[in-house]
Ligand binder design. Structure first.
Ligand code: TXA
Ligand code: MG
Length: 325
């Protein structure tokens, strides 16, 4: 359904009745449910085939609403002021009086909250007037959806309504920052860079490798196309399709011919999906500079590299992506 005012009203009504609504955010499409309704939240896990231990992000209309769910401290307040609405998720102590269904947090005493800036998400959340739990609207372990048809193709009838707001602006999931212990910890690189966070609140830790439980749901394998990937490739080998960055005449798709990291982030998942469908033996990906948004892009590429399962196809593929006119 198009995300008109009437569509948004209907979607809000669906959510209040415990139904599932996929909606656009500035990062990726989310699969929303009333976070206070345990049945609805249960159906989100079912629809995605998501393991019960993987907690969901709560979406709120504004910082005040977000802080009724997660407890605010000075760092959270500063970050909220600086980056909300926007692609930042904060993991905070859960406020039990918010009445969030246990399954949302997997029974933890912490909760992830964010205030999206996409106008459709913002209008929907205002209209619902309740916290909405929304993981990315993809089957567990697969690429996040950046267009409405990705959701319909992969989740189909498990979703009661898909609000179509066009392709998403950022294309990668939000940055997840934990503000629970003595120092802030980056749990997932994303739309807001570490450089931006540190400019606002000072040093941010990265979780130690021996602390896997710290970021539940952050699997080493994730965000996977079916076709295997080869990273840091300077060009395609026979039977590979090439995903370029910067000047790359032999690329079937190019994340950003100008070498722009924001453009590359926006294109990443959609181009991987297109190349995945083309039956190549392997997708070779150009090196991406490991700075700013490039860190989040490389994080997703490394997980996708580990996640791809099948041996890939055999076809030789030429141009796949349309050239911008
Ligand atoms: O951009 C986004 O964040 C998208 C859009 C739809 O908002 N949502 C999203 O949700 O990516 P999801 O469920 O795919 O990823 C949520 C991540 C989990 O993988 C987990 O690492 C972290 O958020 N998370 C949620 N609750 C947490 C908690 N209590 N403690 C630690 N990490 C948590
Ligand atoms: Mg996800």
């Amino acid at each position: 359904m198009r995300a008109t005012a009437a569509g948004i009203r209907q979607a809000a009504d669906y959510l209040r009745r415990g139904r599932l609504v996929a909606f656009p955010t500035e990062t990726v499409y989310g699969l929303g449910a009333d976070a206070t309704n345990a049945d609805a939240v249960g159906r989100v896990f079912q629809a995605k085939n998501r393991p019960a231990g993987h907690p969901l992000i709560i979406h709120a209309a504004d910082a005040a609403a977000a802080f009724t769910v997660g407890a605010e401290d000075p760092a959270a307040a500063r970050l909220g002021e600086r980056f909300w609405p926007g692609p930042l998720t904060l993991v905070l102590p859960l406020r039990p009086e918010a009445g969030i269904a246990d399954a949302v947090t997997g029974g933890r005493s912490t909760v992830a909250v964010r205030v999206p800036r996409h106008p459709v998400a913002a209008a929907l959340l205002r209209e619902v007037g309740r916290p909405v739990a929304a993981p990315s609207a993809n089957p567990h372990g697969r690429l996040s959806p950046t267009e409405a048809h990705h959701v319909r193709d992969e989740l189909g009838a498990a979703v009661d309504l898909v609000l179509d707001g066009g392709p998403t602006e950022i294309g990668l999931e939000s940055t997840v920052l934990e503000l629970v212990g003595a120092r802030p910890v980056l749990l997932r690189a994303g739309g807001i860079t570490v450089e931006e966070l540190e400019a606002a609140i000072g040093p941010v830790d990265e979780p130690a490798a021996h602390e896997p439980a710290r970021a539940p749901g952050m699997l080493r394998k994730h965000y996977a196309p079916r076709t295997p990937l080869r990273l840091d490739a300077d060009g395609p080998l026979p039977n590979e399709v090439y995903l370029g960055f910067g000047e790359a005449p032999s690329a079937a798709c190019n994340l950003s011919p100008e070498g722009d990291l924001e453009e590359a982030a926006r294109n990443l998942f959609a181009m991987l999906r297109l190349l995945d469908a083309k039956g190549a033996r392997r997708i070779a990906v150009a090196p991406i500079p490991d700075r700013h948004l490039g860190k989040a892009i490389n994080d997703r590429l490394r997980r996708a590299e580990r996640g791809a399962a099948s041996p890939g196809g055999t076809g030789v593929v030429q141009t796949v992506c349309e050239r911008p006119s």
